[in-house]
Design a binder for this molecule. Sequence first.
Ligand code: HEC
Ligand code: HEC
Length: 398
Amino acid sequence: MQFPRKIGGILAVTILLVSTVLWLIWPPAPGAWTESEIELLRSLWIGSLPPVPADPSNAVADDPRAARFGQRLFFDTRLSANGEVACATCHQPEHLFTDGLDVAQGVARGERHTMGLAGVAYSPWMFWDGRRDSLWAQALAPLESPVEHGGNRLQFVELLVSDAQYRSEYAALFDELPELPAQDPAITEVFVNMGKAIAAYERLLVPGASRFDRYVQALLADDERQFEAMLSDDELAGLRLFIGDAQCINCHNGPLFTNNEFHNTAVLPARGKLPSMGRVAAVRETRADPFNCVGRFSDDPDANCAELRFARTGDDLIGAHKTPSLRNVALTAPYMHAGQMTSLTEIIDQYNRAPLAMVGHSEAKPLNLWRNERKQLEAFLRTLSGPLATSPEWLAAP
Ligand code: HEC
Ligand code: HEC
């Protein structure tokens, strides 16, 4: 009886050794998702994106004629001090409405990194610090900014008046353009309407499905053959980290991978620059903006503007910036509010270490991910690329 027992022992040890070796060579595929994980995945899926929210402050927000007029304005370099800068100079459709630069270059060099515009109509606040509260109010800022278009509203109205097509497009939507020379209220009214038309155009810019979305769609349809082929084991492991241990989903959530909120994540200032104070100073600026929700240019005089009145502010918003969408993130380097990071690897390393912030208090906690896990997380981010859902006629100058 001695002999078989020995063999049994040897066999058991061998099986254990072999399976350990096999596990090391081929780690098990990331297991099936739990019900609550599937709900999380559904919440990130592009199919969960609702229609663009209404904007009652803009009477022409969903008028296709306004979008067409706005598209012409968006691509028109005559709307600048030197005749060379349009919105599309920085927000280039072929680069997902970014420009590939660290900081924007208009009539002069700016201090902030150009933001992508796909899905921007879902955001209640515009800019890295959220200092404008509607798309149309935002559009007015670069037109008169001395580093972007560097123009002024009188010059813009003169241009519209001098261009027959603009004149008729404008009259069809609003009213006849004023006779020049005109007084300020009339000039500003036209200027605001330009912003509203540009906003109508921007509302059409929405992201489309990526490989990640096709994976979730197949998963929800229980189409095993499809979803198993869609993402690699590393990408799946990265997705699991994204919604799990790495806690990215705390801020990068919903179908646009952003909560549209403001957070301090200890991103260092650009070299030689002072740290940006971010959100903390912006709420005051929005409240003082004549084009805000409570101002007389809003088309919704009944709006209670609770979002603006009760906007959160305070010390925890020192150094906080808007969470950017992660859709197409692999295609839109460089990154962050001043373009101070150049690669996804660098960003994930930073989240992993979670250094102290130079101003304010960082919300990011060290993650202690292995090198392999950091690579998996990056592999997952690369599955979020896909063409915009916007029809191609809107993605070039009309
Ligand atoms: C010189 C380059 C440049 C030009 C020209 C420019 N932008 Fe921008 N845009 C930027 C930069 C940089 C930011 C971020 C600025 C900040 O946060 O301070 C930005 C931010 C935005 C945002 C906010 C996006 C968000 O998610 O909050 C919108 C919308 C936008 N621009 C639309 C426009 C429109 C419309 C025009 C033309 C009227 C325009 N931009 C002209 C560079 C530019
Ligand atoms: C506490 C909220 C929060 C968490 C958690 C968070 N992020 Fe972010 N993320 C932000 C904010 C805010 C920015 C912009 C910061 C800035 O520009 O200063 C950002 C920027 C980014 C960018 C750059 C995008 C661009 O277009 O510039 C990437 C990539 C990114 N985060 C990925 C991740 C990943 C991966 C995780 C998980 C490891 C994660 N984030 C966790 C809030 C967060």
